[in-house]
Design a protein around this ligand. Structure first.
Ligand SMILES: *Cc1c(COP(=O)(O)O)cnc(C)c1O
Length: 385
């Protein structure tokens, strides 16, 4: 993936530990629903400080299970940011629900604006999905208060934010906690470019016992007992209580996830150092905005983004970086600008639109060097005028 680029957008931090983890599973000859998955779930739950964690096939499956376990259905409206990966919106449609898109706070704080969430509420509103963009926690105290007032379920799309910590709201209504423990349910992705990378995989966390029971069954065909229990002689028959899915994670990927979780704090810290270096170089550029530039709290530093002064500047800089074999990306086009979602654009979303047109995602991964950060910034500086 990275060979054609001098500096890729992201890269894996894999070494002998990951190889040994996979070999351990291969030697065990037990590939799914086993000890690795159970240990990964236990270790992840402890890390986040949440009661329940379920390993799943990917982040999108986690979102689908979160909606199913929340008993959402046709006619229900799910409020969500327009600036997001399309998975939340797609799973909203899969449930027969209607997405209601809210704008973000500001170019410098591109997470969902609580005042916008308030404006989106109707008699059909049932849930709010927040997305901790780039690994920076949303304004959860305000969102939590709105949700409580209107009886809405809060689901965290925490795919960017494993290891991030929320330090508490102004009103003090929500204490400091890890992301993944800030709402009713949270969804994580372990796709190849995420802070925990295992190829395809995800995790769903909740502090609610009723939701946990639903997720446990829905993840595995709605069955009451699992292969692993029957293998160990704990059960020999099962019933099917719900119309479930197969959204399980296998042992190989769970073993990779456990190794990646061990490296997470050090790797997120390394990302923070690199982001500081980027900020020092990019924040002074006239007309440019560096999102979260003054952020003091614990982020997972998943993305390094910069907002160009104009669309044209963005094009010129991206082109110049490409010529220097430096890979960039765009997180994200506003969801309502996709053909399949055009009919859900019922409100104006000026901040999300401006952000989408001008944002550049720059290389960021734990094995990136400070010299490489300088190279990227030199290139931007040369091309911006
Ligand atoms: C990666 C990602 C997803 C989807 O996760 P998959 O594991 O690819 O299904 C959803 N939301 C956000 C914000 C993401 O970054």
């Amino acid at each position: 993936m990275s060979s054609e680029w001098l500096i890729p957008l992201s890269d894996l931090d894999y070494d002998v530990h990951e190889s040994e983890a996979v070999t351990r599973v291969l030697k065990s000859k037990w590939l799914s629903m086993g000890q690795e998955v159970q240990d990964f779930e236990k270790e992840f739950a402890e890390y986040v400080g949440v009661k329940h964690a379920f390993a799943v096939a990917n982040g999108t499956a986690a979102l689908h299970l979160a909606f199913l376990a929340s008993r959402l259905g046709p006619g229900d409206e799910i409020i969500q940011p327009a600036l997001n990966f399309v998975a939340t919106a797609n799973m909203t449609i899969a449930m027969g629900c209607t997405p209601v898109f809210a704008d973000i706070c500001d170019l410098s704080e591109p997470t969902v604006d609580p005042q916008e969430v308030q404006r989106c509420i109707t008699s059909k509103s049932r849930a709010i999905v927040v997305m901790h963009y780039g690994g920076y926690p949303c304004r959860m105290a305000e969102i939590y208060d709105i949700a409580k007032r209107h009886g809405l379920i809060v689901i965290e799309d925490a795919c960017h934010a494993v290891g991030a910590r929320y330090v508490g709201g102004d009103e003090g209504s929500l204490p400091a906690r890890m992301v993944g423990n800030l709402g009713d349910i949270a969804c994580f992705s372990f796709f190849s470019n995420k802070n925990i990378a295992i190829g395809e995989g995800g995790m769903i966390t909740t502090g609610r016992d009723d939701v946990a029971d639903q997720i446990r069954q829905l993840r595995s065909h709605g069955m009451t007992t699992l292969t692993w229990d029957r293998h160990r002689g704990h059960a020999s028959s099962y019933d099917v209580l719900h119309h479930g899915y197969n959204y399980r994670l296998d042992e190989l990927r769970a073993a990779l996830g456990r190794e990646q979780l061990k490296k997470l704090n050090a790797n997120n810290h390394r990302r923070a150092v690199l982001v500081s270096a980027y900020r020092r170089r990019l924040s002074p550029l006239p007309g440019w905005v560096v999102p979260f530039a003054h952020w003091q709290e614990d982020s997972s530093y998943h993305l390094m983004t910069a907002i160009a002064p104009h669309v044209d500047t963005r094009q010129r800089v991206v082109q110049s970086l490409r010529e220097s074999r430096i890979q960039t990306s765009l997180h994200y086009p506003s969801v309502v600008n996709f053909t399949a979602f055009a009919r859900y654009k019922t409100r104006s979303l000026p901040v999300s639109e401006a952000f989408s047109q001008r944002v550049i995602t720059l290389p960021l991964f734990p094995t990136l060097t400070l010299d490489q950060v300088d190279l990227v910034c030199d290139c931007i500086n040369g091309a911006r005028i």
